[in-house]
Structure formats: C-alpha cells, structure tokens
Design a protein around this ligand. Structure first.
Ligand SMILES: N[C@@H](CCC(=O)N[C@@H](CS)C(=O)NCC(=O)O)C(=O)O
Length: 232
C-alpha cells in the first residue's frame, strides 16, 4: 500500500463518527477525495449502493468499500503503519494495542454513553442524571487511564489511535462546555475531579488533525437545536 492508492471518503463534517476518519487521514498525511453526503435529505440510490445502511462515513479504497468509522479507522491504521498504532506481532505492540482498546471502551461505555442522555433527555432531570453518570464514569474508569498522558495517550508526543477514535467527541465536549450548552458544574467537576482528562482533552481539542474539518459554531448550534427538540 502506498500513496498511489485511491481513497474516497464519503462524509459529513457535522458527524463525529465521520470525523474519526478525517483525524486518521490527517495524521497519516494521506491524500483523499471527499464526497459530502447531505444528511438532511434521504440518501440517494447511488449512495445506498455504496453503503446500504446510508450512514457516513464510508471509505472507498481503490475498488473496495469499507463502511463504519471504527472499521475505517482501523483499516487506515493497519494499512499505513505509523505512530498511531504499533504492529500486533510483538508482545509490547500487542499490549499497547490492548491498552488503547480498553481506553476507547472505557471512554464510550462509561463516559460518552451516559453523556448522550444529556442531549437525548426528555426532561432537565434526565439530562442532569446523564451528566452525573458521565462524571462518575469519567472519574472511576477513564481518569486513571490518562495518568501518564503526556500529552497524548500513554505518554505519546503525537496523536495515537486512542485519540483517532475519541478526539471528535472530545472536541465537541470542549465546545459545548465553553458555549454553556452543558452546565457549568460539569466543567468544574471535570477540572477538579478528572485533572488528567482535563489536560488531555485540552490538548486533543487543539490538535490540527482534530480541528481541521471542525466548525464549532455549526456544531454548537446544531446541538442546541437537537437538545431543544428532545426536551420538547
Ligand atoms: N456506527 C456508525 C455510526 C455512523 C452514524 O451514525 N452516522 C450518522 C451521522 S453522525 C449518519 O450517517 N446518519 C444518517 C442517518 O441516520 O440517516 C459509524 O461508526 O460509522
């Protein structure tokens, strides 16, 4: 695999899942063609032929179609070996991969999963319960895994695969805190109870591979609308 490969990314810059693929492609320095899929209208028959689920992202690698953000990101990290992820064929490499995988699992199952209830909650009480569960999961499960982040996962100077899979969610978190969409107490809890995470998230949210396609104003206003619609 080399720079002669033809990569096409079907994406939408609003989508945190598609954003993962952009972070990977940026970090790997790979040229690619971008096709923006309109998510506000039904998917075209042409796109459904490419990805019958109708979701973004999808990667076209030469003549091969690869759907799903985690699979796209894994494929890119595997196909173009780099600082993102060591090979699995040494014990050291396999262990680092396991540690990254466990971090990503903890981030989504113990923090991001509960936090989405803030957005989806039908009442302020449900939303607040989501934030409280997210803080509890963050402090217990995620914070200890970032003790040696310097600035990135496991002491890495450059982004790792851990940040490829989580960075798009981290930058949204930072924006929504700054814009006052999330309660101020949530930001205070993160700073005081999860200082490793706070430091790491600040660095991740400023990294050029994470900020490159990110339009903060669009994300904040879209999130506000979504929250208002759910609260009904
Ligand atoms: N599990 C998928 C989720 C992707 C996803 O939910 N994409 C959303 C945009 S953020 C989408 O394409 N939605 C279109 C729709 O639901 O019609 C992945 O990781 O790629």
């Amino acid at each position: 695999m080399g720079f002669n490969d033809k990569l096409v990314l079907y994406t939408n810059h609003r989508c945190p899942w598609a954003h993962r693929a952009h972070i990977a492609l940026n970090e790997l320095g790979l040229p690619f063609e971008e096709v923006i899929i309109d998510l506000d209208t039904p998917r075209s028959p042409e796109y459904l032929a490419i990805n019958p689920r109708g979701l973004v992202p999808t990667l076209k690698f030469n003549d091969h179609i690869i759907p799903e953000s985690g699979i796209v990101s894994q494929f890119l990290a595997d196909a173009y070996p780099s600082h993102l992820l060591p090979p699995s064929n040494t014990v050291e490499g396999a262990l680092r991969r396991a540690k990254i995988a466990f971090f990503v699992d903890a981030f989504f199952s113990k923090f991001q999963g509960p936090l989405i209830k803030f957005t989806l909650g039908k009442s302020e009480e449900e939303a607040q319960a989501g934030v409280e569960a997210a803080v509890a999961g963050l402090v217990k499960e995620v914070e200890p895994l970032l003790v040696d982040a310097k600035p990135f996962f496991g002491g890495a100077e450059k982004l790792t695969f851990a940040e490829v899979l989580t960075g798009s969610f981290v930058i949204r978190l930072v924006s929504l805190l700054k814009a006052g969409v999330y309660p101020a107490s949530f930001g205070e809890d993160i700073a005081t109870k999860a200082p490793n995470f706070h430091r790491w998230a600040t660095q991740v949210s400023q990294h050029p591979s994470v900020t490159s396609i990110y339009d903060e104003d669009t994300i904040v206003s879209f999130s506000k609308k979504r929250i208002a619609a759910n609260r009904g």
